[in-house]
Write a protein that binds this ligand. Sequence first.
Ligand code: KDG
Ligand code: MG
Length: 397
Amino acid sequence: MKIIDAPVIVTSPGRNFVTLKITTDEGLVGYGDATLNGRELAVVSYLRDHLVPLLLGRDPHRIEDTWQLLYRGGYWRRGPVTMAAIAAVDVALWDIKAKAAGLPLYQLLGGASRDRVRTYGHANGHDLPALFDSIDEQLALGYQAVRVQTGIPGLGSVYGVDSGSASTSSTPVEEWDTAAYLRHMPHVFEEVRNRFGADLPLLHDAHHRLTPVEAARLGRELEPYHLFWLEDVTPAENQQALRLVRQHTTTPLALGEVFNTVFDYQTLVTEQLIDFVRSAVTHAGGITPMRKLCDFAALYQIKSGIHGPEDISPVGMAAAVHLDLALHNFGIQEYSGHTALTNQSFRHGYTFEDGHLHPGEEPGLGIVLDEELAAANPYDPAYLPVNRLRDGTVHDW
Ligand code: KDG
Ligand code: MG
């Protein structure tokens, strides 16, 4: 079998998605997600101008060899643009291999380790009543674990609350005040626990905004509320910072959505400084290295918590859910769902019921992109916001 074509398709059914479609001389098609929120076209160029010419004529079955060729052949290692592009190729090749075998992808990854994949949804509210309503909505949708994000008294819009994870093309600046945040959050979790009880798994994302000592304080003050995890407490690129946080709190820690290789986790994993690895299949080079990362983490009793916000396309989500079903050290899968138009554009075989996903039994990933619909919803430039302190300083993120 040979790769004969590999177009890159950009569409915006509510937000931008980049999809690689690899076709073979035997008529098999594989899809890969190459979406990098806010920097989409850089990955399009990396694929079209640099990787696709290397793929034409190659045997799509040689997944590991192709991955090594693209990673090492570029000489310049790592980075989100490079790794999102390589991820798209890797996932598309796994899709083709599984279709050629006539099996759902998870069967090639070792088969199911569980019946279904537990997910968490996103509850956001500017104030407590709005947050309670949002948690009620998540529970009504069937979620059995909920991430809780809320506005802070005295601040305007807060990332992950008013703007969700959505990028914006209007005024991408949000005011931030760490002292106000640290004062408010224990009260929020106390109120949420009082209302929703002790059993509901609760998560929170600090979006890299804290110093190590601030993160240690937050983790310690949230201990009475027994979070499932506290995510991205400090800027991820400083792995050593987690040593201090870890020494001071037993709140479980999750980190790594901005990471793109196993090397980014070396200190965190070997010193057991985190409890969950958070990379997305889409951003960390695909299924091949994600499997290696999760197996490495398993040696240290660290579980997976694969990144799955709405800026991961249904192609990336399908890849994650196949991997989740197969991994032994699966923890939880983030799943905030997609717009109806997105689900129409990317017909998918995975299903969501009672807060759990299943990848389905179609051969491959179980995805078909409607290219006419994709073309009808073209690229729409958008930016993520930045946080500025009250004096105007750009804050950690
Ligand atoms: O593009 C950025 C989003 O993917 C990110 O902000 C979402 O933090 C996020 C999460 O945990 O889903
Ligand atoms: Mg996050």
